[in-house]
Ligand binder design. Structure first.
Ligand SMILES: *[C@@H]1O[C@H](CO)[C@@H](O)[C@H](O)[C@H]1NC(C)=O
Ligand SMILES: *[C@@H]1O[C@H](CO)[C@@H](O)[C@H](O)[C@H]1NC(C)=O
Length: 158
């Protein structure tokens, strides 16, 4: 009786672990689809977001989507030893080239999602689960010199 119970417990436990891992894998794949693109350019938002069919949770045009111009191995290393704790997320130690695509509201009448892209070089904040990036939170400017007012005020430098 006791052994049977232990077996049942074991089965339940491994089922929980397996479904959690499957969930992480699904979110990891979604992260790659939405945020990894080594060849991204600031003029490519409409095309890439359209091709990859990136939508928000209600299947509408996503307000913002950021592409990281690095391969997934490099981004994954942020979850391991190339990142530091940031609230309940992870902040990269290094800067990344990114393209932030922002939805342009004015021309959203036809169902096409129209974006404007900005190329930036920023630290990224991501959510890691068991060493896998599963969520892109935001970028953050790394102000090494606090006397640099442009940096502190988060103003774009061109
Ligand atoms: C990923 O990018 C890094 C840095 O550019 C490079 O060293 C590495 O070989 C790349 N890995 C793969 C699997 O392409
Ligand atoms: C992470 O922290 C933010 C606020 O810092 C909070 O809103 C969010 O619910 C937290 N998420 C988890 C999964 O704990």
């Amino acid at each position: 009786m006791r052994i049977q119970f232990a077996c049942l417990l074991l089965v339940l436990l491994s089922a929980t672990v397996l479904s959690r891992d499957a969930n992480i894998k699904t979110r990891y794949k979604k992260f790659i689809k939405q945020h990894i693109n080594e060849q991204m350019s600031n003029s490519g938002c409409d095309q890439v977001i359209g091709e990859r069919n990136i939508k928000d949770s209600k299947k509408k045009c996503k307000i913002t989507n950021t592409f990281i111009l690095a391969n997934i191995t490099t981004v994954k290393s942020v979850c391991k030893d190339k990142g530091e704790k940031y609230d309940n997320m992870t902040k990269s130690l290094q800067n990344f080239d990114i393209v932030v695509c922002k939805l342009q509201k004015r021309r959203a009448k036809n169902k096409k999602c129209h974006y404007r892209g900005s190329a930036l070089n920023r630290k990224i904040i991501i959510k890691c689960e068991r060493g896998f990036p599963v969520h892109y939170e935001k970028d953050i400017r790394h102000c090494e010199n606090w006397l640099n007012i442009w940096c502190v005020l988060q103003l774009p430098v061109k």
